[in-house]
Design a binder for this molecule. Structure first.
Ligand code: 1GP
Length: 229
């Protein structure tokens, strides 16, 4: 199951705390995207997560949970993506919460479905950056060093460059991309049309498209063909 991440070029990220109509959800799930990831940085509950999972499950597209709150971990996803925010101010977001979760619930964890993600959070004015106190003022070599820490020291399968809410510095992302050995590079942030999707896809393995789904569905859908067409 975990192998599927190596084939993903395009992923839509849906926020359980935001409203999406049945029609829009159908367009997303039938768009040809490689996976739907459910996750967000605030307002995630068991109820809104299970509700969105059951709606996405009407379609064949793989559906994965990005775990942000233990209370909202719902059984039945294809994979569970577990972020470790490498440039967080507090170890709580790198491994602290993880250690507590494993101590409490380790016996319940389906380890074969767990995929750790080494996050590098780079948009200072985003919810995730504020929440984790991320050191966002990194230059390309600083970001690449975090990426190599994830890839070479920790053997994480995914490095996720996160610019949530704004389109990132593609030169920096390219430097990070070229610094990796085995890890896949996920890029997310500010992709809003086919042009930005292509640009981001040229410097990463997988692009993640989020916000635009809720403001301009047609543009969101155009990002799939831009990278997979
Ligand atoms: C957010 O990386 C994703 O976690 C996507 O970012 O919402 O800006 O598209 P956007």
């Amino acid at each position: 199951m975990r192998q599927m991440i190596y084939e993903w070029q395009h992923v839509f990220k849906l926020d359980p705390d935001r409203i999406i109509s049945d029609e829009a959800l159908e367009c997303i799930c039938l768009s040809g995207t490689d996976a739907v990831m459910i996750g967000g940085s605030s307002g995630i509950t068991y109820e809104n997560t299970v509700n969105l999972l059951s709606r996405v499950r009407q379609y064949e597209v793989p559906c994965v949970l990005e775990v942000s709150d233990l209370e909202a971990v719902v059984p039945g996803f294809d994979l569970y993506m577990v972020p470790m925010v490498l440039n967080a101010a507090s170890p709580e977001w790198i491994l602290g919460r993880h250690q507590l979760a494993i101590e409490q619930y380790g016996y319940l964890i389906p380890w074969e479905l767990i995929v750790p993600e080494g996050y590098i959070v780079l948009h200072a004015n985003s919810t995730v950056a504020r929440l984790t106190g991320a050191y966002t003022e990194l230059d390309a070599s600083g970001a690449a060093a975090y990426a190599q820490t994830a890839d070479r020291l920790f053997s994480l399968p995914i490095v996720y460059v996160e610019y949530s809410g704004t389109f990132g510095d593609m030169e920096l992302v390219d430097t990070v991309y070229r610094s990796l050995d085995k890890a896949r590079l996920f890029y997310g942030g500010g992709i809003m049309d086919a042009v930005s999707a292509k640009l981001a896809a040229s410097v990463s393995d997988t692009i993640i498209v989020g916000n635009i789904i809720y403001s301009d569905l047609m543009s969101a859908l155009s990002t799939v063909q831009a990278v997979k067409g």
